[in-house]
Design a protein. Structure first.
Length: 433
């Protein structure tokens, strides 16, 4: 080949671009595929992260709603909730879950990875995912009153014994919830028959009690008033009073009008000689709203089955406990919007006796008025019928029909009270994220 031909061949080779295009396209193809795959894989990872977040949020909320239960139970509830939500939404890979109790809140951390498809070409086989969720309870107050039937029929099938255990377990759950920082939880108790019983040593000197004038009692209140009732008795004496009280005179028997010493009908009439009720004034004492849960359990432990049934009396004394005016003053004012007030009314029978007579229909009417009075004060009312009693009356007494429980066997008392405690705590927490 001559020198001239060599030079021409080299020149043509230098200017030939057909092979270069193929080489350049081949080199560029890998990153182009990787970029397209990245969009798809990261979109898939984003969707997986959103599902993981939903599951974590649900777990944090579930744990916080069950603050009345032990930490081990709350942790299990949160874990189960997380797993159930994740299974329904689509499970990523290598999921790890943890939850921490931080006092007023639960903190959930969850991690996972999402396997890639096209990103694997450039060596990226998994995209890591991490989420965090926290459910917190606001500062607020809760006041709960247990209005519990202690009449003779509660002795059958050991209903009163199971009720004692169930009510004490309820108090335990409230005490656990009260340990949350920022929470103020108080619980009160009204055991009722045809009367309620107060601590005579604490209240015998109260001005709102209507004793007959007795110069020997040392009170010197000058109120020479008679009883105005048809039941027998040898005369009232503050010194002999065992603590029992029956209905106020109408219309004050079913409202929370504060007692006024200048308005006799608004005062509370004691029954020291026990001539009115078959309970003989031996029932457990009313316990004012308090966070002394040990003392409250002691009163519950004193409950016994004896006497007849007067539901409106129990209901209205529950309202007295929740009030900030006499005869009790431990409740927050009704105007305190940050306080949730709750009443649980439990009975196993129909109304049989009040100071006004023995007509069930008449006492039922007073029950409806008492329940309306309670609900007009924005108190959340739960009612429980144990085997027997007027289901329609109790259902109408509850704030909502769903807040009425009809128990067919005494053994259902314990799970019922656990459910009520959990529901009350849930309503009270008003969760925020």
């Amino acid at each position: 080949m001559s020198g001239t031909n060599k030079t021409g061949w080299l020149a043509r080779f230098a200017h030939d671009t057909k092979g270069n295009v193929a080489v350049i396209f081949g080199v560029a193809l890998v990153p182009m595929i990787a970029l397209a795959g990245a969009a798809m894989d990261f979109s898939s990872a984003y969707n997986a992260r959103a599902k993981l977040q939903v599951a974590a949020d649900a777990a944090a909320l579930a744990a916080t709603r069950n603050y009345g239960k032990s930490w081990s139970k709350r942790k299990q509830i949160a874990t189960d909730t997380f797993n159930q939500n994740l299974a329904a939404l689509g499970v990523p890979d290598d999921v790890e879950f943890s939850i921490v109790d931080e006092g007023r809140s639960h903190l959930v951390n969850a991690t996972a990875s999402k396997s890639t498809s096209l990103l694997g070409i450039v060596g990226i086989h998994n995209v890591p995912i991490a989420v965090e969720a926290m459910a917190m309870t606001p500062v607020a107050s809760l006041e709960v009153v247990l209005v519990l039937d202690n009449t003779g029929s509660m002795g059958s099938s050991n209903k009163i014994g199971i009720l004692r255990d169930s009510a004490e377990n309820f108090v335990d759950m409230m005490e656990t919830a009260a340990a949350i920082p920022g929470k103020t939880i108080k619980v009160g108790l009204v055991p009722f028959t045809t009367m309620v019983r107060l601590d005579p040593d604490t209240y015998r000197e109260a001005d709102w009690l209507l004793f007959e004038d007795d110069n020997s009692n040392g009170r010197g209140n000058g109120r020479g008033r008679g009883r105005g009732r048809g039941n027998s008795g040898s005369g009232e004496s503050a010194a002999n009073w065992k603590g029992c009280i029956y209905d106020r005179q109408e219309p004050y028997d079913v409202d929370d009008t504060p007692p006024d010493i200048d308005k006799e009908k608004t005062l509370f009439e004691p029954d020291p000689d026990n001539g009115f009720s078959s309970s003989d004034c031996r029932m457990a004492m009313v316990h004012e709203l308090s966070n002394n849960f040990s003392s409250l359990r002691n009163n519950i432990d004193d409950m016994r089955a004896e006497g007849n049934t007067n539901i409106p009396l129990g209901v209205i004394w529950g309202l007295h406990l929740l009030s900030s005016s006499e005869p009790f003053t431990q409740g927050d004012p009704w105007s305190e919007v940050e306080t949730t007030k709750v009443m649980i009314v439990l009975t196993d029978g129909e109304n049989t006796q009040s100071r006004h007579g023995n007509s069930t229909a008449a006492i039922d009417q007073r029950t409806r008025k008492a329940c309306t009075e309670v609900k007009d004060h924005d108190v959340l009312v739960y009612t429980v019928r144990v085997v027997n009693g007027d289901a329609d009356l109790l259902r109408s007494c509850a704030t909502d029909a769903s807040m009425f429980t009809d128990i067919r066997n005494a053994s259902e008392l314990t799970p019922t009270f656990e459910k009520l405690a959990a529901d009350i705590i849930n309503r009270h927490l008003r969760l925020t994220m």
